[in-house]
Design a protein around this ligand. Sequence first.
Ligand code: NAD
Length: 490
Amino acid sequence: MELLKNYINGKWTDGPSGETSNVLNPATGDILAKVPAGKTAAAEVEKAAAAAHAAYLQWKDVPVLKRIQPLFKLKQLLEQHSAEIARLITMESGKTLAEANGEMQRAIENVEVAAGAPMLMQSEYLENIATGIDEYMVRQPLGVTACIAPFNFPAMICFWFLPYAIACGNSMIVKPSEKVPLTMMKIFELIDQLDLPPGLISLVHGGKETVDAILDHPLIRSISFVGSTPVAKYIYSRGTANGKRVQAQGGAKNPVVVLPDADIEMSSQIITDSVYGCAGQRCLAASVVITVDDNKQIRDALYASAKNRSIGYGLDEGVEMGPVISRESKSRIETLIGKGISEGGSVLLDGRETSVKNYGKGNFLRPTIIEDLPIGGELLHTEIFGPVMSLLHMKTVEDAIAFINNGTYGNMACVFTSSGSNARKFRNQAMAGNIGINIGVAAPMAQFPFSGWKESFFGDLHGQGKHAVEFFTQTKVVVERWPKEWSRKF
Ligand code: NAD
């Protein structure tokens, strides 16, 4: 079985010897590869950081128009190999091929937006702040940066950061999730074909030991993290305590409100796609659906749409929902459904104890709907990260907004309505960073920041677009005077 290599200083190198973990196909249970998880990860991070620092010193002075040229080639290579990479995404993460293709599209869009760095990096200038004195601000790169990614988007998430970091003159070390490292291996085969200084972009595998080495390395100036909230908090506190710039995106519990004037057919379809797409393992998956006032019709439509979803291996034709990432994840989700029942929720649709023909070792669940969980209970506030909808019924839109604003997370909140004034009230008052109006997955396009709030984000500047350019640069302000009398006369 292949033991995955790291990519450091422009070369594929053997990772740390010793401990390894298996990369499993969540639909078939097959072992796809082994990934280094050894305690000597710090030595690998050391080599990657030294090479990345040397590369940054060369790269930072390359004109920005030249720095973006490799991005055009990267976009072309990603497009050429998109189908192959999407298959890998499905094989190691379990999502359907259509979902994997969508993920690739979103990754590539970030390369396109980052190629706008020559405009995005431009800054401010004011003449005559005092007589004969001018002042201006420039943006300079930070140095060595790092990205630590979760399992649920093996390709896309690094692209919220990587192309911007490089276009802005930095180097980057990428640490993919040890559960889905194969996608990044393929992407690094493409990165290897770019004309970049060796060490500018490195790949280091591993789990906590690798992350800790990144958090503590003095040459690494910034961390871009995406993952669960407890780890995001840890990364933020240890990274900032070490003087680094950190943006740490965490977990979610996304509410969707359906008002009585919403289009039933369209809303129920979009909402179930949001709850059950990627088997509920999207940070922008809707997980609490709140119907306001007359709920009978929407409740029936949601039930019908969830029940009829076809489950299976994402590479097979016609499959709408794949497995969850691991056996542990499946049993955690089943336990949480049980917890919901013991808290007083009633199960409208029970997706536990599912098996799929020919895939006996797969981690499959079917769509679940739990109704009327108690507002003060634990499950309504716990991220399940699986194909489970909690269905609540409330009297007014104000009640729904109050419920949302009392929640711990703030990644996304959506409303379905045909009333402009209710939609306006919702977008103005709901305390979440990404708002959807008649949209089920309010994922910002690459030119907008991915704006989590509350326990869904720790930091200031988010990933993507202008925020990424600001995150990956530091401002320098120059105050300048050229007295006439100091000039030599010619
Ligand atoms: P995770 O937090 O378990 O892992 C994320 C990364 O952190 C991985 O690279 C992992 O190796 C590393 N890691 C795990 N435990 C660690 C520890 N104790 N110390 C140091 N590093 C550690 O997350 P996951 O299960 O891979 O991904 C799912 C989570 O990510 C969900 O909570 C989901 O909501 C969240 N997510 C959030 C966003 C967002 O934009 N807010 C996007 C995608 C996923």
